[in-house]
Design a protein around this ligand. Structure first.
Ligand SMILES: [Ca+2]
Ligand SMILES: [Ca+2]
Length: 202
């Protein structure tokens, strides 16, 4: 059984039923046409009429297409279209509606756009405490760190704290000095040769 069958000559455009339970209608209302298209998938029970469809069109003897009402999709128009699927809101949160969508304000989510997005959820602060704000976050850095994400180890040697030629090694939130021979102290501030010479002078 094909989509279009030569059935015979029919004088009207009314729906008719043929032998074998095949339904059809005269596609040419001018009468007495030879070609009769089978509408079996759409008649007498229109499968699209049970859903959100405007009408049913036969695409073959056994298949059909439902033309959906706005907001619906699927073979039988039973699936509500997700209007957010095409990402119409860009970076903002999209709320799917019937036959439409709503873009939440920047930084908010939820079906009513009332939930403040937690921008700290991704743990953006590498060495510090994250403070959630509307549409952004701030990092309160641990001692010895700086940067938007506390990602930079502060170089405590930058101020050249070691005296008397001492070699500075940067640490997290601190430094150590490697003193030249004859000097000691946290920043090599003590000249031990002076101390020794005064001792020997006694
Ligand atoms: Ca937030
Ligand atoms: Ca440091």
């Amino acid at each position: 059984m094909g989509a279009t069958q030569l059935i015979g000559r029919f004088p009207t455009s009314s729906l008719v039923m043929f032998a074998g339970g095949v339904y059809g209608a005269d596609i040419n209302p001018k009468a007495n046409v030879d070609v009769i298209e089978s509408f079996a998938p759409c008649y007498p029970v229109n499968p699209c009429s049970l859903s959100n469809s405007l009408n049913c069109t036969t695409t073959s003897a056994t298949s059909f297409t439902c033309y959906c009402l706005p907001g619906w999709t699927g073979a039988l128009c039973t699936v509500e279209i997700d209007e957010c699927a095409s990402n119409p809101c860009g970076g903002r949160f999209c709320v799917d509606q019937f036959n439409g969508y709503v873009c939440c304000p920047v930084g908010f989510t939820g079906k009513d756009c009332q939930t403040d997005i937690n921008e700290c959820a991704s743990l953006p602060c590498l060495h510090g405490t994250c403070i959630d704000r509307v549409a952004h976050y701030n990092c309160s850095c641990d001692p010895g760190w700086r940067g938007v994400r506390c990602e930079i180890d502060i170089n405590e040697c930058a101020s050249t704290p070691c005296r008397n030629g001492g070699d500075c090694t940067d640490l997290v939130n601190g430094f150590t000095c490697g003193c030249l021979s004859g000097y000691n102290g946290v920043i090599c501030q003590t000249d031990s040769t002076l101390y020794l010479s005064s001792c020997s002078a006694l």
